[in-house]
Design a protein around this ligand. Structure first.
Ligand code: NAP
Length: 282
């Protein structure tokens, strides 16, 4: 049995791959950059949601029973995803684990449509609904503003967010993919503290020994800020809207899902900041 990891160069799938490797479970990383971007020695294939001719390659010479999925950044992402699930099922796939987000709601436009399709087709499934990733802070955009400007720009105001590490999300995903009994449910995956971006700035300042400021922008200010940073208008609008929701505590919440599923508590932000402080060097 081989596990197919879509988003195979991304923050969660690469970490899931490490767990699969340690457990001697075969896997295949799939993304547009395919083998070019895979870690040395990791099997990888080219897969592009926008090019259906790449969808079948993964199934050639591989007995793929389990698939890790996430949405592509396109309008109506559930349309190709549902088509792919049907294809994968016809090729022998039995279990699907979807990395969605807080807003996913069964049957609703967005990842809720994919979730509904799992139920309608009777496959084994799990829907992960993590809050915001700590690792967003080590992605190029935030690394730039923190290291070069000592600033974090958001429209989140004083919204509270239970930031979660991709390490913990990947470990939950690993269990959902490989536990003998399929989870067949959704998991809200939340970090151990509910933090505002002011809190994040304070914690980062302490870890890296420089004052980092959280700059609170309004709707239009944040949209323009993201467009100037190089995002498409579509994606800048999407990101701004997410932050406006978070400003109203849409993300806020707490639970013990990570502890229950992995056996240990989720990583806290101070540990994450300490582990990654070199990323924010001036
Ligand atoms: N970041 C957050 O705070 C957050 C919070 C909640 C939920 N989520 C969700 O979590 C999911 C998992 O994200 P992640 O952080 O693991 O991924 P990621 O680091 O954002 O990477 C995205 C992956 O998707 C691949 N990809 C992008 N477009 C593609 C296309 N057209 N066809 C095929 N592959 C494509 C990319 O590889 P290539 O470029 O090589 O194709 C990459 O491997 C996402 O769906 C996100 O919406 C994120």
């Amino acid at each position: 049995m081989t596990v197919l990891l879509l988003g195979g160069t991304g923050k969660t799938a690469t970490r899931v791959a490490t767990h699969l490797k340690d457990a001697n479970i075969p896997f295949l990383l799939a993304s547009r950059r395919g083998p070019d971007a895979a870690p040395h020695g990791y099997a990888a294939v080219k897969f592009d949601w926008a090019d259906e001719s790449t969808w079948t390659t993964s199934f050639e010479n591989n007995n793929i029973e389990t698939i890790y999925m996430m949405q592509p950044n396109v309008a109506q992402p559930w349309v190709p995803m549902i088509k792919f699930i049907d294809l994968a099922k016809s090729k022998g796939a039995k279990r699907f684990v979807l990395c969605a987000g807080t807003s996913a709601a069964l049957g609703k436009d967005g990842m809720g449509r994919v979730w509904q399709h799992y139920l309608d087709t009777g496959v084994e499934y799990c829907v992960l609904r993590p809050s915001w990733f700590m690792e967003n802070l080590t992605e190029p955009g935030l690394v730039y503003t923190i290291s070069k400007m000592n600033k974090i720009f958001t429209a989140c105001q004083d919204g509270r967010i239970p930031f979660i590490s991709a390490d913990d999300i990947a470990e939950v995903a690993f269990h959902a993919l490989t536990d003998e009994k399929s989870h067949n449910c959704d998991h809200r995956i939340l970090g151990p503290e509910i933090l505002t971006y002011d809190d994040i700035a304070t914690k980062l300042s302490k870890a890296i020994g420089r004052k980092i400021e959280h700059v609170k922008l309004d709707d239009e200010g944040r949209f323009q800020n993201l467009v100037q940073a190089g995002l498409s208008e579509y994606f800048a609008r999407f990101m701004t809207d997410l932050e406006l929701l978070a400003a109203n505590d849409f993300e806020a919440g707490s639970n013990d899902a990570v502890k229950k599923i992995t056996g240990h508590p989720p990583k806290n932000f101070d540990t994450f900041a300490e582990e990654n402080k070199v990323a924010w060097s001036p």
